[in-house]
Design a binder for this molecule. Structure first.
Ligand SMILES: [Ca+2]
Ligand SMILES: [Ca+2]
Length: 144
């Protein structure tokens, strides 16, 4: 960057909510692993949540949310674009994992315009954070 300090940002995952546990009706919970990949300014950060093992989650109200996750998915100097990808899978002992919808959102332009609270219920019926099998909420904040 020539004569211009980059803007440092953080992407913080607040919570996830499972809408479909991807298990047969008689199983109360699924075994979920979430992965994030965030890219900006030539830097890529990838996380597995949890770091080891899995989260046992149901799709019943009250048992289907991971609240107060507050995971920093990315911390770095913003480039021209910011790409956020989140995936989730439900592990099975037989056969491969079942996958949740892939979340992908790209931002471009001035990083200050990316700053905000991204949640499932603020952009109408096609809200990107409101997917068929799960919902997510995160913040993009300035960190400098
Ligand atoms: Ca399973
Ligand atoms: Ca939204």
């Amino acid at each position: 960057m020539s004569g211009q300090e980059g803007k440092r940002i953080q992407v913080i995952l607040r919570w996830v909510q499972i809408l479909d546990k991807l298990e047969p009706f008689f199983k109360e919970t699924g075994e979920f692993v979430f992965r994030s990949r965030v890219e900006s300014g030539g830097k890529v950060e990838e996380l597995r949540m949890p770091e080891t093992g899995y989260y046992a989650l149901s799709d019943k109200p009250g048992w289907n949310r991971l609240d107060k996750l507050n995971k920093v998915l990315f911390d770095g100097v913003a480039g021209d674009t910011l790409l956020i990808e989140l995936t989730g899978e439900e592990l099975d002992t037989l056969g491969g994992p079942d996958r949740l919808d892939t979340y992908r959102r790209e931002f471009s332009g001035d990083p200050d315009t990316w700053v905000g609270h991204y949640e499932p219920a603020d952009e109408g019926s096609a809200d990107p954070e409101n997917m068929k099998t799960w919902r997510i909420c995160y913040d993009i904040v300035r960190a400098d």
